[in-house]
Every structure is written in structure tokens, then in C-alpha cells.
Design a protein around this ligand. Sequence first.
Ligand SMILES: [Fe+2]
Length: 245
Amino acid sequence: MKILIVSDIHGNYHALDCVLKNVRHDKLICCGDIAVDYPFPEQCIDVLMDNCDHICFGNSDYIIAHDQKASDYIGERYAHLAEDLNRVTELTRRLISQDSMAFLRELPQECRFELDDISFYMNHTGPNMPFNHYLDLNTPYPELAEYYQDIQAEIIFTGHTHIPYVKKIMDKVLINPGSVGEPRDGDPRASYATFDTSTGQIELGRLEYEISNTWQALKELGYPSYSLHCLKNGVLPDKSENDSS
Ligand SMILES: [Fe+2]
């Protein structure tokens, strides 16, 4: 059985559509952050609602579905984008139906499941981790081990960093598929992972997709420039458009 793992779609429907149509899979898993940042949140939610086998919420899903302010959950890393993120959260709220908002509100924080006798655990951040903290490529092993030591699963799926990686933690394997819709590692192509339950093979993949419709919609709806910058460059800007320094 081939499992396709996606995360951090962020309203970028064309990136999601490209991955779903081009990567053969038997099961679809989504590690959250579905709607905010790009202009097609409703389409992303619709597709995942119909096709996902397991899905949990991400920080931006929680914020939009529970009427929170993005800037109240932001850490040092993205503090310069706080006002822009508040604006995008508001823009996104206008693009989501009540049914889809209810779907986001009901998503679990974590999922545990078994497929082909392999145990899996999934959540968007690390377990019991604040939204503004990130387990990165260079996070020291003891910190990773502390977060995951009590998780009873052979394979762990996570997201949040927008940068893909595979790490071994004690007897577990941690797979972060990176971001489908908003990669932040300098490669703007859609990022995903697959796991084959028969062979144990893990693949991290990238796919190029057409960005013109998203670009056009971002401009027409007045999204802040960080969305355009990230769509084109695969990395967030160092400064906000509100920052004149
Ligand atoms: Fe995200």
C-alpha cells in the first residue's frame, strides 16, 4: 500500500491538485494547515474532505476556525509578518463556507491509526508543542527525542516547518513531507512524501505546477506581497511590505 502524505497546503489548490493527480497512492494523509495564505481555501478543504483518510488541524486551521488572531500565536521567526498574517486570515475567512469552517473546527489535533500492521501517529507540530515552536532540520536530537519519546508508533507524520525531512528517533521514523502549497526551502515546487507499507520505502518528492491562476487571484484579492514572494521563490521574505526600515 502506498501512502501519500501532504501538509501545509495553505489554500494553494493548484499545487494540491497537481500532487494528487500525479502521485499514485492508495491512502491520503494530511498533516494540517489547509486554508490560510493562498486564495483557494474552499477548494482545498473540499478535496481533502472527500479524499483524505486521516487529517489533523494545523496552527492556521485552528486560528481561523476558532476566531483567533494570527499575531497572538506568532513567534520570533515570523514576527515581522504579524500584520500581514492577520490580514490574510481575515481575507481567508471571507472565502470559506460555513460547512468548511465547521469541518476545520472539528479536525482532531492528532491521529493514531494502523495500516498493514504498522502503527502511525500524526500531528501538525510536535506533540504538546506550542504553535510558535518548530522542529527543524537542525533541531538537536535530545529535543526531538523529548517530544516523541512517549509516542507509541513506528511511523510519525508531521508538518509545520514547510521544509521536508526524514529523521530516526529511537525506534521511530519521523517523516515531514514539507509543504505542498508554500515551501520555504527556496524550492517553490510542491513538496510531498510517500511511504510504502510493503517495502518500508520513504520518498520525498517535488512537483512543478502552474502558478499563474494563483498569482492572478492573489493580486485581484489584494493579498500581501509575502504570499506572492513565497509562491514564486519558495521562501518567505525577510521583511513585511509594511516594514519601511
Ligand atoms: Fe504551515
